[in-house]
Design a protein around this ligand. Structure first.
Ligand SMILES: Nc1nc2c(CCNCC3CCCCC3)c3[nH]c(NCCc4ccccc4)nc3cc2c(=O)[nH]1
Ligand SMILES: [Zn+2]
Length: 374
């Protein structure tokens, strides 16, 4: 029995976008879909009830963080992540590879795995494909990610080639180390940077291993947006049509639309929750920094075209006051709105695919939001 399956509902006649549905042991969700990030087993300042009310179906958590704190053994004793955090929707855990490279210094990559320092205590640690599988099996997420290397941008072709080949060997070790394939779906991660030959090699290696889903990794690491779009143009067609495609670390409105147009089904990013905690909101007219003095007497909602709980009940002036006073409730209101905004955007993208007009929707949205013309 396969834990995670994908159903292609239809392809947009105007673009390469696809409307689909992903089935997991904890429920199914339509795609393209945005996944809120909950690093330490919580989507910061949001309760599971609020996540459900805003329309979240799947959230992310993380091997690296939960291994360090509180420890995957405690989560396992609690009955797994779903019970531990009281979230009954789907959960995806990243493998920790990216976090090791982005969070800790003194890391050393070898064939066996990665040596690094705990970014909290400084103690020396070691993470391997097998260890990353054991931790994710203990956490019990519906979807787990292969242990990969996400090279820095830019990286030269030689380094990238060696890295892709090692990531492919690690992917095989992940499949062997995965103890619960019937209840947790393991996704492979395609690397290769901006090099078409290496993206082809990575896709060939990983699709021959028959994972239930595939992620495009190694992007949203500082490259210009047109480089990301070009890499997607030649990478997504290499992936099977009957499996989900997950673009890692992407969460700005324009990239969610452009990634969907290029056949991506799933997205995650810390952006909406992170900028919310410094009082910046995404709105249909572009970004709004609510802390700005000009909103001191502005009693309109954050976004006059938004029907979320925050926009129906609170004003810019009130939220500005809370954020300036560093009141937690202020960050709850901005976080709720930003997540709702992206989840609603994905609903609009799915609607546009249904009606074969995602290209038109992109034009309208970019114009209103203030993104530069294509
Ligand atoms: N395995 C793996 N993960 C990647 C991630 C982490 C995805 N989010 C996981 C999530 C799990 C829970 C804890 C948080 C992370 C990426 N994130 C980004 N860009 C983010 C760029 C960005 C954008 C806005 C703000 C900060 C960073 N590129 C990524 C590439 C890879 C990759 O190749 N391999
Ligand atoms: Zn709102």
């Amino acid at each position: 029995m396969v834990a995670v399956t994908y159903e292609l509902i239809k392809t947009c006649k105007q673009t390469g976008a696809r409307l689909g549905r992903v089935h997991t042991p904890h429920g199914s969700f339509e795609t393209p879909m945005f996944m809120p990030v909950g690093t330490l087993a919580t989507v910061k300042t949001m309760s599971p009830e609020e996540l459900e009310r805003m329309g979240a179906s799947i959230i992310l958590s993380n091997t690296y963080h939960l291994w360090l704190r509180p420890g995957e053994d405690i989560v396992e004793e609690a009955g797994g992540l779903h019970k531990f955090m009281n979230w009954n929707g789907s959960i995806l855990t990243d493998s920790g590879g990216f976090q090791v490279f982005s969070l800790s210094d003194l890391r050393q990559i070898e064939e066996e795995g990665v040596h690094f320092r705990n970014h909290i205590s400084g103690e020396k640690l070691f993470l391997s494909p097998e260890k990353a599988m054991r931790i994710q099996n203990s956490l019990g997420a519906d979807i787990m990610m292969a242990f990969d290397e996400c090279p820095p941008y830019p990286a030269d072709h030689d380094y990238m080639k060696k890295s892709v080949e090692r990531t492919s060997r690690w992917a095989e070790r992940c499949l062997e180390g995965h103890q619960r394939p019937d209840s947790q779906g393991l996704f492979g991660i395609i690397q290769g940077g901006e090099y078409e030959d290496l993206r082809r090699q990575s896709a060939k290696d990983l699709t021959s291993l028959d994972f239930p889903g595939y992620a495009v990794g190694g992007l949203s690491v500082g490259e210009p947006k047109d480089v990301m779009n070009r890499v997607l143009d030649f990478t997504t067609p290499l992936l099977p049509n009957d499996k989900p495609r997950y673009l890692m670390g992407v969460g700005s409105p324009d990239s969610l639309i452009d990634g969907s147009i290029r056949g991506i089904d799933m997205f995650d990013c810390v952006l909406p929750t992170r900028i919310a905690r410094n009082g910046t909101c995404m709105t249909s007219q572009g970004r709004l920094v609510v802390r700005n003095a000009k909103f001191a007497r502005d009693f309109r909602p954050i976004d006059e075209q938004c029907d979320c709980h925050t926009c129906r009940n609170y004003s810019r002036a009130y939220i500005r006051h809370l954020v300036k006073a560093n009141e937690t409730f202020g960050f709850r209101l901005t976080t709720y709105h930003n997540l709702y905004f992206l989840l609603k955007l994905m609903r609009q993208v799915r609607e546009a695919i249904r009606e074969d007009r995602l290209g038109d929707f992109r034009e309208e949205f970019f114009e209103k939001y203030g993104f530069n013309k294509p």
